[in-house]
Every structure is written in structure tokens, then in C-alpha cells.
Design a protein around this ligand. Structure first.
Ligand SMILES: Cc1ncc(COP(=O)(O)O)c(C=O)c1O
Length: 480
């Protein structure tokens, strides 16, 4: 493990990340160590992070130094921290988790015994192998060239442009830039449009990696809360007016994590608000194809205002392992992005682009099966929740790959710690929050096969019963 520079986390920041780590229970080293361990496993405390000194930590947390010292002892014993006299303590991964360090702090290590509900990522469709075979035959045409295509392969840009046009958003191949996934696409746009210290408006909750990108640029996320039925457009418009964000980041097509879609009327209002306040918006369409409604889709946001830059992805429609996404914007903007991109990378892999171009030929069939499977698995998850955790509340998502579940008490981070010990990994609500709040919520993806989902929920129910101070109270607490 090589760290060029270890980050120091301040007591105040750690307290924010820890949220309500002991709930209404007495603080204990067991609870604190569990909460810190969870932050490490879900990537919010990367290995190498230097912890505050014992005294600072005790003061920030409002606990005794003895409790902090015991917590550090526990973390050291479990292999999650190391200390050296004079150098303080820092986060590390236990040897058993080491093989996965290449993932960085972000993706928790895979563990054969653990059912992973922390990521809403589907496996590859069976059609992928045939697409690979066809792409292999087309590769020969590419080999005489140098292989660098910073804008993307022409055939892929053409097919992506055709898909936008078919959805009611006329698009030329020159308006498409192929990227290494939607996250890369968003990071490129951010870098192009936003300077450190500027504001970026986000829905709250929102997709955690987008928040990381905003924070990584030292820009300031401005959180606009989602309400039960989706977007409070009056509030959103007021925020656009009052905070003058440099950019908005929005997920109107099966919002992650709630799975809600913004309807046609809402889109009109949003487009008008963006135009009136002269705010550019990135509309993230990563989940647009996972439409579980069976209804006619509303128009793409970019068809309603030229303030919208669309980012898309092959990850949910086809497979995350392709690591391909795209930006759809004006030709001029795409041209500027190609120039700006050179500072970071010089294009996406040719072979994967050929594979995606092949997959797009039969996209409608692949996606019809993918959505049918998602409906089936969503039902398995719903049935398992009704049986094992009947008091948890959720709204059936319109699309996407996860349920956003109200667990009835502000203990989701502690539940996630307990869940890990029961062999299931979950993403607590705080993960989707700008301030580490949303402790009443948990995101439950339905991407695993049905039998694994049922087993995961059974384990989660056992974990909920074991959460200190939770148990029956957690299961029956009234929902605010
Ligand atoms: C809303 C949203 N945007 C972006 C991404 C990342 O997509 P990609 O794998 O294409 O980088 C995800 C993945 O979960 C997502 O849910």
C-alpha cells in the first residue's frame, strides 16, 4: 500500500460523518469502533486517513478520553487502525481485506460470505458475449489506425445519437462525447464549468459519487430536499434564484436513490426555472432505460431547454464492466470538452466501444428483458420486506434498481454496521446525504437474484433486531 500523502480528518468532520452513532444508547467503545469501521468499509474514511488526537476526538464527540482510547484499542485489534508514538493513529485495512485495496476506499471489499446490497449494479446480460464476438470481427478495421479517439468511435457516437433522436431529442454524432462512464462524464463537465468554491445544486438525497466529485473539486453542494412524491419544484426554483449555483446536478429519470421519475409537467417547470435563472444543469440519465412503469416516457430534459447537458451510461442498461458513458451537449460544448479532456485522459478503449455499438443494435430486446427481470426482483424484495420487516416503509420506485426505505428510526448507519456482522452489506441513508444526515433511510437494491434477496432481507431483519436500542423499537417506531 503506497500513500503519497495521508489526509488528516478533523474532529468536527469525523463527528459529522459519524452522525447519530450511538442513538439513544450510552456511548461505548464498541458502538464507536463499529461506526468508524463502517465508515472505512463504505469508503468514507479511506485507509491512510490520520485520525484526530485522542483529546480532540474526545472533545468533538463529547465523550471521555478513556472511551476514545478503548475505541482505538479495538480498531487496532481488528486491524482497522494503526498508531505510532509521536505520529498518532491512522486508518488501515485489516490484512483480510487487503486484496481489495486496489478498489480504493470507495468499493467495499467483496467477501464470499457477504450478500452485497450496497451497490445497485446488475450483472452483464447474456447478449454481451455475442456482442463481444461481433465486435472482435470489427476490430480488424480499427487496427491500422492509432486507436486514440478522444471524442469516441464514430459508429458508437452515431448509434447513441440515433437513440437520443428516437426518444424525441434530435442529436447529431458531433453532439456526443464518449467517456469512461457517467461518473467520468460528470467529473469532466464539472471540471469544465465549475471552479473551487462555486456552488453546485443537488437533490437531497443524491448519488454519492456525484457528491464526491463536487467535493473533490472543493465546490459547494447546495442540497434541495426531495419530498415524498419527488421534487419540490417551488423550493428548487427558489434555491436556483437565491443561491445562484454555477451548475445543477439532477437525476429526473429514476432518481438515485428514490427511483422516482419527474413527470412531463414537472419537466416543463424545471426547464423554465433553469432558463429563467440562466442555470446550466447536468441531467444524469444513467438509469433512464430501467423504466418499470410501462408508460409512455416524458420527453428528455434536454429537449425542453438548451441549458441541459445530458450524461448517460452503459453501466445499468448493459454492464458496468464496459466502463463507458457519454455526454450529449451542443457541438460547440463537445468540441471544448474534447480539448479539456486531454489534460485527464486521451479517450476510451476502442474494443469496449465496439462491443457497446454492437449491443445497441439489439438494445430494445436486451432492455426489455433487463426491465422484466428488475420488476420480478423488485417484487421479491418487496415480498421479503413485507414478511421480515413489515414496518419499513417505501414507495414503489418507477424505475432504477433500488428501493429507498424508511426504517422508522435514525439508526441506519448503526444498522449497516450490524448488518455487516450478519453477512449483508447495505448503504445507509447518510451515504446519499450532503451532511451525513438521512439516518432514517436505507437504500436496498434489487439487482441480486431473488433467493439471495430474500436471504439478505432475512439477515437484515436479524441485524435490525440486534441494533443496540433498536430491536423491537426499531421495528415498530412511528415514522415521522
Ligand atoms: C445516478 C448515477 N450516475 C452515475 C453512475 C455511475 O455510472 P458509471 O458506471 O457509468 O460511471 C451511477 C451508478 O450507479 C448512478 O446511479
Amino acid at each position: 500500500m503506497v500513500f503519497t500523502k495521508s489526509a488528516q480528518i478533523h474532529g468536527r468532520k469525523l463527528v459529522e460523518l459519524l452522525g447519530s452513532w450511538h442513538g439513544s444508547d450510552r456511548p461505548s467503545s464498541q458502538l464507536l469502533a463499529g461506526a468508524i469501521r463502517h465508515l472505512v468499509l463504505d469508503g468514507r474514511l479511506p485507509p491512510g486517513t490520520r485520525l484526530p488526537a485522542e483529546r480532540e476526538l474526545a472533545e468533538s464527540l463529547g465523550v471521555s478520553r478513556t472511551l476514545v482510547a478503548r475505541t482505538l484499542d479495538r480498531l487496532r485489534e481488528e486491524g482497522f487502525a494503526a498508531s505510532r508514538r509521536g505520529a498518532g493513529s491512522w486508518i488501515k485495512l485489516p490484512d483480510s481485506e487487503r486484496g481489495n485495496e486496489a478498489h480504493g476506499g470507495w468499493f467495499p471489499p467483496e467477501d464470499a460470505g457477504v450478500l452485497n446490497l450496497a451497490q445497485a449494479t446488475p450483472s452483464a446480460p447474456p447478449e454481451l458475449c455475442a456482442a463481444v464476438d461481433r465486435a472482435r470481427l470489427r476490430l480488424a478495421e480499427q487496427l491500422p489506425g492509432h486507436g486514440y479517439q478522444p471524442h469516441g468511435l464514430p459508429i458508437l457516437r452515431e448509434r447513441l445519437a440515433e437513440r437520443f433522436t428516437r426518444r424525441g431529442l434530435p442529436t447529431t454524432p458531433e453532439q456526443i462525447l464518449v467517456t469512461n462512464g457517467a461518473q467520468h462524464a460528470f467529473a469532466l463537465v464539472l471540471r469544465m464549468l465549475v471552479a473551487p468554491g462555486e456552488r453546485v445544486l443537488v437533490e437531497h438525497p443524491t448519488y454519492p459519487n456525484a457528491l464526491e466529485a463536487v467535493r473533490g473539486l472543493n465546490a459547494m453542494p447546495v442540497a434541495v430536499p426531495m419530498v415524498e412524491h419527488g421534487w419540490d419544484l417551488e423550493l428548487l426554483t427558489a434555491n436556483l434564484r437565491q443561491t445562484s449555483p454555477r451548475l445543477a446536478y439532477l437525476i429526473p429519470d429514476f432518481h438515485n436513490p428514490t427511483g422516482i421519475r419527474l413527470d412531463a409537467e414537472g419537466r416543463d417547470r424545471l426547464a423554465r426555472a433553469l432558463a429563467r435563472t440562466c442555470t446550466n444543469a447536468v441531467v444524469d440519465e444513467t438509469l433512464v432505460d430501467i423504466d418499470l412503469t410501462g408508460e409512455q416516457p416524458p420527453p428528455p430534459m434536454a429537449a425542453l431547454t438548451d441549458r441541459v447537458i445530458t450524461v448517460g451510461s452503459a453501466s445499468k442498461s448493459f454492464w458496468g464492466g464496459l466502463r463507458l458513458g457519454w455526454i450529449r451537449a451542443s457541438e460547440d460544448f463537445v468540441q471544448r470538452m474534447i480539448v479539456g479532456r486531454a489534460a485527464l485522459d486521451l479517450g476510451s478503449p476502442v474494443f469496449e466501444q465496439l462491443v457497446l455499438a454492437e449491443l445497441l443494435v439489439d438494445a430494445d430486446e436486451v432492455l426489455a428483458r433487463r426491465c422484466a427481470e428488475a420488476v420480478e426482483r423488485r417484487q421479491c424484495l418487496v415480498d421479503a420486506l413485507r414478511e421480515h420487516l413489515p414496518d419499513w416503509r417505501f414507495r414503489l420506485p418507477d424505475g432504477g434498481l433500488a428501493l429507498w426505505c424508511d426504517i422508522g428510526a435514525p439508526v441506519s448507519s448503526r444498522l449497516a454496521v450490524a448488518a455487516e456482522q450478519h453477512g449483508v452489506r447495505v448503504a445507509p441513508g447518510a451515504r446519499f446525504s450532503v451532511h451525513g444526515s438521512l439516518e432514517n433511510w436505507i437504500r436496498l437494491p434489487y439487482t441480486l437474484p431473488g433467493d439471495q434477496l430474500v436471504e439478505a432481507i432475512r439477515r437484515l431483519a436479524a441485524a435490525a433486531a440486534a441494533v443496540p436500542g433498536g430491536g423491537p423499537a426499531l421495528l415498530t417506531a412511528p415514522i415521522a
